[in-house]
Design a protein around this ligand. Structure first.
Ligand SMILES: [Zn+2]
Length: 470
């Protein structure tokens, strides 16, 4: 097939090919002196219209790409790499060391899920005969092998006469801004996902003072996160289940959220606020990710390092047991509380947590504690609606469990935190491109930036293309 020539190829430019006026599918193509560099290669997630985009042809020939730069290991930033590699991309994928380690866990897992989806569709009848996976575990392993670790702050060459360095972004372990210096000396800063100040375990977002062009995410560009003392809330719930002999089921995301919870539980125990309760992390992926957090010490913040220097493991409360084996997971069914089971997925729309919910929702000695936003259509969102029954894996069960939520946890900066980070710039970028947000969030952030900083901002549409020449 022919791939469209986007603009005269000798002119440095950026083309927005994903996460444009939507949150997922991050993909930005840089053309630098005729060379092509892709920043992030994410999966679209969400409704079927968005997911259908994952099956469309790339707007460029993957064989013609000269380099790929990755900001962090969430699937909406890396999840389409296996397809890119299967379709001919064979060169380096640059990322921080921790992002490389996390991608080696999450990409094969994503490949397995894609294969399971195809199997499920074939078994239950699909309009596509046969239904094929978007990519396979073997495609994902191949992509994972092309990762080249680049430590933060280190300046490295890119094709097209440019250089780049990663700067910690405070979002998840390994997350980074990609600061790209063009051949003419201009600086393009790609925020990836912007983290929050004071997040446990990982460093705060790096202060950036200068960029000629800025690409900024806007997931929460129109709102402020609720203010709450998450550790104190967790303490209350943990003490409650200890006194009542209940089981706490925590649907949790494997990367970031699970480690944060373990850290809070570790601190509560250290402070004498949490008696020794069995805590099961029932997820092979969350188990592997927790080990990656522990192995990438250079990414951890001062407080976490202080515990490590004292010989403590800040992600290991004393009752912690990692459950990898499926039979061991099933054996938890016959165990009574008090205990805490942390399992994926975070929205309870798959994974081992669904089996625990099926088993324990009818039991009033159960507390389900959600740890983040529950998207429409997920079991998590349904349970938040306080229904008396739920249909899980084809079975109708009574819901007698208590349903609670830790509402203040988020890995993304809110509007106030985005503005706080932007206010560190000493001069206005020539253009600030607002991406990775729903239109209303983007417009609210654009208005705020115009009002408070007076900067030129653009909300690019899909396929929009801008010159970066001086
Ligand atoms: Zn992310």
């Amino acid at each position: 097939m022919d791939w469209p020539v986007i603009m005269e190829k000798t002119q440095d430019q950026i083309t927005f090919l994903g996460a444009a006026r939507t949150v997922t599918g991050s993909r930005h193509l840089l053309t630098l002196k005729g060379k092509q560099v892709l920043v992030d290669c994410g999966l679209y997630q969400g409704n079927s219209e968005l997911r259908a985009r994952n099956w469309q042809h790339f707007e460029f020939n993957p064989e013609d790409l000269d380099a790929v730069v990755i900001t962090h290991a969430h699937l909406d930033h890396i999840g389409l790499l296996p397809k890119l590699v299967r379709e001919g991309y064979s060169k380096e994928i640059y990322a921080t060391p921790a992002t490389c380690d996390l991608a080696k866990i999450s990409l094969p897992d994503s490949g397995r899920l894609q294969e399971e989806d195809a199997y499920h569709h074939n078994k239950h009848g699909s309009k596509h005969q046969p239904a094929l996976p978007l990519y396979t575990e073997s495609d994902a392993l191949k992509a994972a092998n092309q990762f080249v670790p680049t430590p933060c702050h280190q300046q490295n060459n890119l094709p097209g006469g440019a250089t780049y360095r990663f700067l910690p972004a405070g979002h998840i372990l390994g997350s980074a801004f990609a600061e790209i210096t063009l051949e003419d000396g201009q600086v393009l800063l790609m925020s990836g996902d912007l983290g929050r100040y004071g997040t446990p375990l990982i460093k705060d977002p790096t202060v950036v003072e200068y960029a000629d062009y800025l690409v900024i995410e806007s997931t929460y560009g129109d709102r402020l996160h609720p203010v709450a003392d998450t550790k104190a809330q967790l303490k209350d719930y943990a003490q409650h289940i200890w006194k009542s002999g209940s089981t706490m089921i925590v649907p949790s995301f494997s990367i970031g959220r699970t480690q944060e919870l373990l850290y809070y539980l570790f601190q509560l125990e250290l402070e004498g606020e949490l008696p020794r309760i069995p805590i099961y992390v029932d997820s092979p992926m969350a188990t592997s990710v927790t080990h990656v957090y522990a192995e990438n010490r250079e990414e951890l913040d001062k407080e976490a390092m202080r515990y490590i220097d004292e010989g403590k493991d800040p992600m290991h409360p004393s009752g912690l047991v990692f459950v990898r084996d499926r039979n061991q997971s099933k054996a938890l069914n016959s165990q009574s509380g008090p205990m805490i089971i942390i399992a994926g997925s975070g929205m309870a729309n798959g994974g081992r947590v669904v089996h625990h919910l099926l088993q324990r929702l009818p039991d009033p000695q159960t507390l389900v504690l959600f740890t983040g936003y529950q998207a429409d259509g997920t079991l998590g969102s349904y349970l938040e609606g306080n229904h008396t029954t739920a249909k899980i894996l084809g079975q109708e069960v009574a819901v007698r469990a208590e349903i609670e939520k830790l509402s203040a946890l988020s890995a993304h900066a809110d509007q106030g935190e985005i503005m706080k980070w932007l206010m560190c710039f000493k001069s206005a970028p020539k253009t600030t491109f607002i991406v990775h947000g729903e239109p209303l969030a983007q417009q609210a952030l654009q208005k705020k930036i115009r009002q408070e900083l007076g900067w030129d901002t653009v909300i690019p549409g899909h396929g929009d293309n801008f010159s970066l020449t001086n």
